[in-house]
Design a protein around this ligand. Structure first.
Ligand SMILES: Cc1cc2nc3c(=O)[nH]c(=O)nc-3n(C[C@H](O)[C@H](O)[C@H](O)COP(=O)(O)OP(=O)(O)OC[C@H]3O[C@@H](n4cnc5c(N)ncnc54)[C@H](O)[C@@H]3O)c2cc1C
Length: 397
């Protein structure tokens, strides 16, 4: 049986970043991944603010496309916002995870692919390891701390009932990577809002280069709505955009994301991080930056806990505090705005919303979209909301 200080399950941004930082501190860490190749499946559109690139030192090859514009379209209006102060990036999601994993091994961490965690090993009421299934063998990896970074699978945290499922917002996401096209506006992130594009959600086009784009749909599932054929909807959307007429698919991905929230991500010897912990912002589904921070905070707390030889839930609960400070109250606001925004995406409402947004500068849109800074701008969008919507949003402050 193998024994480590820390076993991290899942080589997404959260797990990789956590392993990268722990390995740097000479902690004996193993990162296990169920896929046979790190970086698969390449499901994320991976638009991100400049902060992600700077704070986590991502090289150019990982974040190849820099944007200084937002393009917004509702049925009857369109607007290009130009950024002055800020930049956003489109990450190559596959390369990013491969690069982070190479940092883990460079720092002395161990990586095991084709290794699927099955469940937690509990001895005398304490979590002491992970049972895994490999390609040809199975077994147990013991560790002082177990970190669940399995994304929406939340494979280990499921049994611990970390979330209140009545408060979950269930969404569907799908994405095509397309080539053979000419971008009408270069260096822009494109957003499409309204029922004509996608009811109860939004569509986006994020370029990876001037001739490859990722085109996606994200939709909130309404009560009792169990299926919606996103693939057909997305194909129709692509057909409706003239400059995508000749484009051809390189990849297709589909997934279902629950938006959850919990104040407690720790148990004795155990932390859940990244989107498995609900560290995914519901405003536009941004999760990569937050997964990286989640991994970073977990590494900091686990390092301290191991140094003090105390990996109890009490000691690890510092992770909850770090996350609370990071997400502050404006994540609550994101949740409320997302709910209002995606609850009704009628033409009238989305036209009105875009009309209100036209009053903003590009940097202000960025401030709302990536910094979740709403309060200074609320007055400018009030006109696009109904009285009851305004009341609900105001109640949050
Ligand atoms: C279509 C789509 C578009 C998106 N676009 C954006 C965007 O533009 N910008 C943005 O910031 N975010 C975006 N996101 C969200 C973002 O990709 C996620 O929030 C982020 O990847 C979460 O990182 P993570 O490390 O927590 O989990 P993940 O990236 O999901 O990684 C989890 C890892 O765990 C592995 N795993 C799962 N179960 C097991 C197991 N039992 N044993 C071993 N390994 C296991 C998985 O294979 C995976 O590698 C998008 C998501 C989707 C679905």
């Amino acid at each position: 049986m193998k024994e480590y200080d820390v076993v991290i399950v899942g080589a997404g941004p959260a797990g990789c970043q956590c392993a990268r930082e722990l390995a740097k501190e000479n902690i004996k860490v193993i990162l296990i991944e169920k896929q046979k190749e790190i970086g698969e499946p390449n499901f994320s559109t991976a638009g991100t603010p400049e902060e992600t690139i700077k704070v986590f030192g991502l090289p150019e090859e990982v974040a190849p496309y820099v944007c200084d514009k937002f393009y917004f379209k509702s049925l009857n209006l369109e607007k290009i916002f130009t950024l002055k102060k800020y930049r956003s990036y489109v990450i190559d999601f596959r390369k990013m995870r491969q690069w982070l994993a190479s940092e883990v091994s460079k720092n002395g961490g161990e990586i095991s692919v084709s290794t699927t965690a099955k469940d937690l090993v509990i001895e005398n009421g304490k979590t002491v390891g992970v049972r895994y299934q490999g390609l040809i063998s199975s077994g147990v990896i013991k560790a002082k701390v177990i970190i669940d970074a399995t994304g929406i699978a939340g494979i280990l945290s499921k049994d611990l009932q970390i979330f209140d499922s009545t408060k979950t917002i269930q969404t569907l996401e799908t994405e095509f990577e397309m080539t053979n096209l000419t971008l009408p506006i270069k260096n822009a992130l494109y957003f499409y809002m309204g029922n004509e594009f996608l009811p109860n959600g939004y569509a986006w086009i994020f370029p990876l280069s001037d001739n490859i784009v990722k085109i996606g749909f994200a939709k909130v599932l309404k009560d009792n709505e169990s299926t919606y054929n996103l693939e057909i909807g997305l194909k129709k959307f692509i057909e409706s955009i003239p400059w995508l007429n000749k484009s051809q698919p390189l990849e297709f991905h589909i997934s279902s994301f629950p938006y959850n929230h919990t104040n407690n991500c720790v148990r004795d010897n155990y932390i859940v991080i990244g989107s498995a912990a609900g560290h995914l912002n519901p405003l536009a589904g941004e999760g990569i930056r937050h997964a990286l921070y989640s991994g970073k905070f977990a590494a900091q707390v686990v390092n301290e806990a191991l140094t003090n030889n105390d990996t109890s839930a009490k000691k690890l609960s510092k992770f909850n505090n770090l996350w609370k400070d990071y997400s502050k109250d404006n994540w609550k606001m994101c949740r409320a705005i997302a709910y209002q925004m995606y609850n009704n995406t009628s033409t009238d409402k989305t036209d009105k919303l875009l009309k209100s947004l036209q009053k903003f500068s590009g940097d202000e849109i960025y401030d709302i979209f990536f910094n979740y800074n709403f309060e200074p701008y609320l007055a400018k969008v009030i006109g696009s909301l109904s009285l009851s919507e305004i009341k609900k949003i105001k109640d949050i402050f």
